[in-house]
Structure formats: C-alpha cells, structure tokens
Design a protein around this ligand. Sequence first.
Ligand code: SF4
Ligand code: SF4
Length: 140
Amino acid sequence: MFKSIVESFTNIFKKPVTKNYPAETIKHFPKYRGLIVYDVNECIFCDKCEKVCPPKAIVFHQNEDGTKEYNYNEYLCIYCGECVRNCPKTDQALTHSENKPEIGIKDNFLVTNWKKLYNDAKQSRIDYKNLKKAKKEESS
Ligand code: SF4
Ligand code: SF4
C-alpha cells in the first residue's frame, strides 16, 4: 500500500511516456521500414510484388492496349517489405519511405471499393489472355 502511494506521487512529477503525436515527432525505431513508395517510371511490370504480398494489398490491372496499372491498398498493407525485397528494381520502382502513415485519414474510396477493384483487376488479366488468344486464332 505504502509502496503504491509513493509510486503515485513520484509519477505526478515524471515526464509522460506518451507523445503528443503528430504535433510532437517520434523517433523511428532502428528497424522501422516506413511506407511503400511506387514509381511507375521505373517499374517493369513483372508482377513480382503482387505475387509475394501476403495480404494481397497490390494488384495490377491489365488494360486492353497491353499497359498495366498498379493498385495498392495501404490499409491492407502490413509493411512487411516483401514487395520491396522481391522487386528486381528495389530502391527504384519500390522503396521504403521514412514517412509515417497519416493518422485518422482514411481514403474511403479505397476502403469501400478495394474488393471490386481487386476482382476487376484479376478479371482484366483473364480477359486480356482470352483477347490475345482470340487474336492469334484469327490471324492463323
Ligand atoms: S509491404 Fe508487404 S503487405 Fe505491404 S504491399 Fe509490400 S508485400 Fe504487401
Ligand atoms: S516487383 Fe517492382 S518492377 Fe516488378 S511489378 Fe512490382 S514494382 Fe514493378
């Protein structure tokens, strides 16, 4: 009892262990990976990042003209860094940024539409394969 009273009094004069984030900046832990940054100009569209992503937070949409679009859900991402590690253009197409996620701001479009966006992207690949097959058959 006496011990807890003393501890309570000493805690009154101690600095709080919590930080007033984001007003007060927090030092990164030594192994902090940070956010994932993608550069379309460096990407060779090999899809490796999509294949290795455990929560399926990356998906490429295949356009009919042969181009691909990168889609990334930062709310699904667990920041494991597998995509960056496996990217043949690590530190160019995919990099870790020192930045922290913004707190309390959610991109509702991504959150509510991700499942559809993901399924559409997967379907676009099947459609593209079929389109190529049909064109090949037509020309032969
Ligand atoms: S960091 Fe991990 S979870 Fe996030 S996109 Fe890359 S592979 Fe997926
Ligand atoms: S692994 Fe790298 S190069 Fe390949 S698609 Fe992903 S970002 Fe582009």
